[in-house]
Design a protein around this ligand. Structure first.
Ligand code: AMP
Ligand code: MG
Length: 335
């Protein structure tokens, strides 16, 4: 039996050239939320970078379910808690994506993550019996959130790994703005978030990793003031007896999602939304993802299938570049 874990580092490729006058490029690498984070700002000084790091660490300790001081730890151990307005807002955002995606995104996935060892690192393939008993605690509709009070059943627990980095990117971008920074790109693991334009006035070029060969870039998106968040099974997985098991779980089966998609990139104004949706669409597969996008107006997507087909939603036409063929999905217009 052979087990292997690969954690693929960040994928953002920012293609930068000369700096505008008066602004200097400052960078910082932070390890937090179980991932490597790269922050790059153009500013008169680097003060905002240490504020950004402090903010990331604050959010990490608020949301990390393994930290006995965190509010999520308290919910999971006591099964009911009164939480800060901030935590309540993140939980509410998560529940709203669960509703929109009919449960493909579900933060009560924690017992299943634990079972497979994706949380904690003790990787193993559980039995069907273990999976069905863990699934008894799964179901976002079991969470009762009333303003700042939350309760969950005795056998449920919460994991914000699918949304926390997106929330952190929103907070960092707001904090940079409040501190006078108008040009920045941050990459929190697979979560890229851009502020304004590059110093020369052009958009930020963000690379999307090829899911089949992570040393290659499948295509690029040129964006301003957008979150660009990618989810893919290739980002965290282990192998046992020649089969790969990855960390994005289908809450219906309790197993790694096998929806026919190998990577999903969401582009949105909101990092929180983009993060949750990228995880959800990966679980939903191509057809359901397209249907959700058609009914929505707050995101665009690049969807890559397991057999290498690339689909982009029409909002990305003109800003997506790729050497191979791809299809543009258009919204149906009423005749
Ligand atoms: P991401 O890398 O943003 O796609 O998120 C993957 C992480 O989200 C996993 O490591 C888990 O912590 C969590 N997760 C896995 N499956 C789901 C799911 N179906 N809904 C919500 N969170 C999930
Ligand atoms: Mg996510």
């Amino acid at each position: 039996m052979r087990k292997r874990l690969l954690i693929i580092p960040l994928l953002a490729v920012s293609l930068l050239c000369g700096c505008a006058q008066n602004y200097t490029e400052y960078t910082k690498t932070v390890f937090a939320m179980d991932t490597v984070m790269d922050l790059k700002i153009y500013s008169e000084n680097e003060d905002a970078l240490s504020m950004a790091e402090d903010e990331i660490r604050r959010i990490d300790s608020l949301l990390d379910r393994g930290n006995a001081e965190s509010e999520i730890y308290k919910i999971n151990s006591d099964k009911s808690a009164s939480v800060s307005a901030e935590t309540a807002q993140i939980l509410s955002a998560a529940l709203s994506v669960s509703e929109r995606t009919h449960g493909a995104f579900d933060i009560t996935i924690a017992p299943v993550m634990d079972l497979w060892g994706f949380y904690g690192g003790n990787f193993r393939v559980p039995s069907e019996g273990e999976i069905s008993s863990a699934l008894e605690g799964v179901g976002y509709e079991k969470i009762l959130l009333d303003e700042n009070s939350i309760s969950i059943p005795y056998n449920s627990s919460i994991d914000l790994g699918g949304i926390g980095k997106g929330y952190a990117s929103d907070r960092v971008i707001s904090l940079l703005k409040e501190n006078g920074v108008s040009s920045a790109i941050i990459s929190l693991g697979g979560n890229v978030h851009t502020l304004g334009s590059r110093p020369n006035g052009s958009g930020w070029t963000v690379g999307i990793q090829s899911p089949d060969d992570t040393s290659l870039i499948l295509g690029t998106l040129t964006v301003r003031d957008k979150a660009v968040v990618t989810s893919g099974g290739y980002r965290r997985f282990f192998e046992e007896n020649g089969k790969f098991y990855h960390h994005i779980i289908d809450p219906k089966t309790g197993k790694s999602a096998e929806s026919g998609l190998s990577s999903v990139t969401i582009v949105s104004d909101s990092g929180t939304l983009a993060d949750a949706l990228s995880t959800a669409l990966f679980v939903m597969g191509l057809d359901e993802s397209i249907a959700l996008w058609s009914d929505s107006g707050d995101f665009d997507a690049v969807l890559v299938t397991s057999d290498g087909e690339i689909y982009i939603t029409e909002g990305l036409s003109g800003i997506f570049e790729c050497d191979t063929d791809y299809s543009v999905i258009k919204k149906q217009t009423a005749d």
